[in-house]
Ligand binder design. Structure first.
Ligand code: FMN
Length: 207
């Protein structure tokens, strides 16, 4: 799919809005990443916790500059063509980890030939996923993530999305690899991934 449209393989970031051990959202986005790789994309997994950004604080920034993790995230976006993102909802909102990381990213200015944080995300496609042990699957936060990423970050949020309810029962480990038990949900995930790759490939081909 990618080779026929774009001059090089599509490069995607895979980010989970939860960094805890055993995160259901990490498992879901890792599955999406494997599907993207099967379609010819190259995927870089990003652990937001490893980027170690403090809670957003202008005074902290005045004293210390931008956190190295925010600058690293800007570089990652500059080097990649799109994003696969799975984020749980905390009280119907996206997680503080996700919002904090992207708020910091939005403050990184263009420097040394690299775009600003917002410039690095602009125009790039993102596929939204959510997983929760609850019955709603995290779907209430997805419109908020959609608005957040499509406004100041100017990302192209693809229409297809997957919120996975009862994710603790729907994700299954087969031969060490996590799969979705329900084929109809697996097909939705396929559509999200294919849509992101298609958008990214079109963008690359037009560049
Ligand atoms: C502070 C907090 C608020 C939560 N609020 C919701 C919620 O509104 N809806 C929901 O489905 N799950 C909620 N949960 C449960 C999470 O969906 C659950 O912990 C999930 O496993 C988190 O994703 P992870 O497995 O990727 O870490 C909440 C969890 C926490 C810690």
């Amino acid at each position: 799919m990618t080779a026929s449209l774009s001059p090089r393989p599509v490069r995607l970031l895979a980010i989970s809005g939860s960094a805890r051990q055993g995160s259901l959202n990490r498992q879901l986005v890792d599955l999406a990443a494997r599907k993207a790789q099967a379609l010819g994309a190259q995927v870089t997994h990003v652990d937001l916790r490893e980027l170690a950004m403090p809670v957003y604080d202008d005074d902290w920034a005045a004293a210390n500059g931008k956190p190295a993790g925010a600058v690293a995230l800007r570089a990652l976006f500059a080097e990649h063509d799109g994003l696969l993102l799975s984020c749980p909802e905390y009280n119907a909102l996206p997680t503080p980890l996700l919002i904090n990381s992207f708020d910091w990213l939005s403050t990184v200015q263009a420097q040394d030939g690299l775009p600003s944080g917002g410039g690095a995300t602009a125009g790039k496609p993102v596929g939204l996923l959510a997983a929760s042990p609850g019955a709603l699957g995290g779907i209430r936060a997805l419109p908020i993530v959609r608005t957040y990423l499509s406004t100041n970050f100017a990302m192209v949020v693809v229409p297809e999305q997957l919120a996975l309810p009862h994710a603790d029962q729907q994700l299954d480990a087969l031969s060490g690899e996590v799969v979705l038990k329900k084929p109809e949900l697996d097909q939705v995930l396929d559509k999200v991934v294919a849509s992101v790759i298609r958008q990214a490939a079109w963008r690359l081909a037009a560049a």
